[in-house]
Design a protein around this ligand. Structure first.
Ligand code: RAM
Length: 329
């Protein structure tokens, strides 16, 4: 037996053993992420698998490019169209660049939704936000401001410059900034959800702004890299790293004091909800404004006039509760 054939047989046997062998009649839902290798999306994939097990006739294809670019996602989308998947649920690296490829998918009868990071309305049937954009924008500023009684300089370390979700949160954060007198936003930089680039951008912020009091990273990759950069620079206690992170990845930073607190919603629930929505839309659920689409144990998504819905509020983690959550996501 050739090595490849042997490998394939082993994989098939393992799949059958796990009880997850695909069936021809399954609804094939592709969960397309910003990039592979990001813990947040791996947690969302767990939720997608949970939804698939519950629905019974779903096969999840977890896929994405190797870096957070729209070009990479377009290649992935074209390959999914060629494979004839039933649905695409995507977290977008760009709101507009993916529209032509996703329109082509919809023309071929593929259900298309975005989740986490949105696609412009003409490129998808609905979008699932993790939470209200205004609430997230205010939360990330408040997390920093609450620990700066005397005010001071803060900087944002974001993901990619075209990420729909981070850009919307940053815009919402800037809107409420006047409510935090003395908090001065000096820069916004982009680490592209790559650990090494995010680390270097955090170092750059520390070099350019010696009085920096907080780095706000509304990305799980960015917050982790920035907490490491602040630790390595010996600036724990001087610069508080906050934003959106995973308890499993941030436990060390909270313990060391590099991060006092941070927030996030449950990424497992988000992947579960996105999968259930894609399934129900594929099965015929309406997607016009006001539609209510069931999302299993997560309740119902009610679409607004842009075809978007929100899941749940973010939760704040700090030294008092991180132990409880770090093994979950
Ligand atoms: C990163 C990604 C993702 C975002 C989280 C908070 O994992 O940028 O899109 O929602 O951070």
């Amino acid at each position: 037996m050739g090595v490849m054939k042997k490998l394939m047989t082993t994989i098939a046997a393992a799949a059958a053993f796990a009880g997850s062998a695909a069936h021809a009649e399954d609804v094939r839902i592709a969960l397309v992420v910003k990039a592979l290798g990001i813990g947040f999306f791996e947690a969302a994939a767990k939720g997608a698998e949970e939804a698939a097990a519950e629905l019974g006739d779903v096969e999840i294809i977890y896929t994405g490019p190797t870096d957070t670019t729209a070009e990479g996602q377009i290649e992935v989308i074209n390959s999914l169209i060629a494979q004839g998947v039933d649905a695409i649920a995507i977290s977008a690296n760009d709101p507009d660049a993916l529209v032509p490829a996703l329109k082509k998918a919809m023309d071929r009868g593929i259900t298309v939704i975005s989740w986490d990071s949105g696609v412009a309305p003409e490129g998808r049937q609905m979008h699932l936000n993790p939470s209200s954009t205004e609430l997230i924008g205010n939360t990330i500023i408040k997390l920093a401001a609450d620990h700066m009684p005397e005010g001071g300089d803060v900087a944002i370390l974001s993901a990619s410059a075209t990420a729909t979700n981070q850009n919307a949160w940053i815009e919402a954060a800037k809107e409420v900034l006047p409510n935090y007198p003395g908090v001065n936003l000096v820069a916004t930089v982009y680490g592209d959800d790559l650990s090494d680039k995010s680390y270097r951008e955090a170092q750059g912020l520390m070099a350019s702004y010696p009085d920096l009091k907080a780095i706000i990273a509304p990305t799980t990759v960015g917050i982790l890299a920035a907490s490491q950069a602040v630790t390595d620079a010996g600036k724990i206690g001087e610069i508080n790293v906050t934003g959106l992170g995973l308890p499993s990845e941030m436990a060390g930073a909270v313990e060391s004091g590099a991060t006092i607190s941070f927030a996030i919603w449950n990424p497992i629930d988000l992947g579960y909800a996105a999968t259930t929505l894609a399934y129900n839309i594929h099965k015929g659920a309406a997607t016009d404004a006001g539609s209510e689409i069931p999302m299993g144990r997560m309740g119902t998504a009610t679409l607004d006039d842009t075809g978007a819905a929100a899941m749940s509020d973010p939760f704040t983690y700090d030294a008092s509760n991180i132990e409880q959550f770090k093994s979950i996501f």
